[in-house]
Design a binder for this molecule. Sequence first.
Ligand code: GDP
Ligand code: MG
Length: 370
Amino acid sequence: SESLTVGELAKKLGREPSEIIKKLFMLGVMATINQELDKDAIELICAEYEVEVEEEILVDKSDLEVYFEAEDEALLQERPPVVTIMGHVDHGKTTLLDSIRNTKVTAGEAGGITQHIGAYQVVENGKKITFLDTPGHAAFTTMRARGAKVTDLAIIVVAADDGVMPQTVEAINHAKAAEVPIIIAVNKMDKPSANPDRVMQELTEHGLVPEAWGGETIFVPISALKGEGIDSLLEMILLVSEVGELQANPGRRAIGTVIEAELDKGRGSVATLLVQDGTLHVGDPIVVGNTYGRVRAMVNDLGRRVKDAGPSTPVEITGLNDVPQAGDRFVVFEDEKTARQVGETRATSALQVQRSEKTRVTLDNLFDQL
Ligand code: GDP
Ligand code: MG
């Protein structure tokens, strides 16, 4: 859009709206905080602050996507699916994630030291699959609240001895809202009390009709505990992914989403990023949410140092000035100067928002006391 309100412009410039209103007044323009400003007025104000108006300032900077150029279809290649496991508590999500990781990751890796970075990759029939091992529901809610779409496919685990439970339904709703395909893993098949027919019946009531009954939903019987049915599950994931034609261009600058982040005493800000398009390299200037930096070191899910991370790869990085939040987007820039400018602008706006929120809270508290 070619216009901004006074409030929006103030936020972008990291100033108080009242200050902008005053400047406008001095320029002979009477304005209120919600008033739309045209391009000329924006340019005048920006000149006052010695800020060069780029086209970017006219678009919403909360969306880092604007720095990402359009895809060149000719350069797209197949990329691994990113899978989230959801389901009711105690139905076996953690056991399944461990089982997949243990049978697939450590088998081929000498030493087999896996590191918890919030996501991992396995290889099935020569093809990679990325699993997010942050709690599925949380991943969906926090990520989606920030407008990030990280999951290509949802596995919903249902214990065959327990059937559909409230969080099963919640998981189905999350997956449907995100418009990602669902595969049902009917777990605990080793139990004598397992009743997979009941699970199918109950899920049919939620619109998930098994293929065996003329529907389209894939049900895979498994025992996460005994490691049974894992290969079939992985094969089904690949099958469903192929239909989705997941693609990315490994040759471009990386873009993606923060999976986890924390402040480490020794290493500073540590963030697990999921590269969603392009390739991330050590040394890349990067803006992550409202912070920025240069990728200092990258570690993969096996705890190994790597120099590059392609599409659908989770990787832990250091080198950011501050700790971003799960669900924040990241974009790599061509040069450090631009990354710093964009990063600093975003940091200032974020701080400004925080401050105004604080003021509001204080006022509310005051009224509460009256
Ligand atoms: P989560 O809450 O969904 O992460 O469930 P967990 O993975 O923690 O599993 C809950 C309990 O069910 C644990 O005691 C597991 O050992 C058990 N469990 C998980 N999968 C299976 C399975 O395939 N068979 C049996 N018998 N028990 C299982
Ligand atoms: Mg668990």
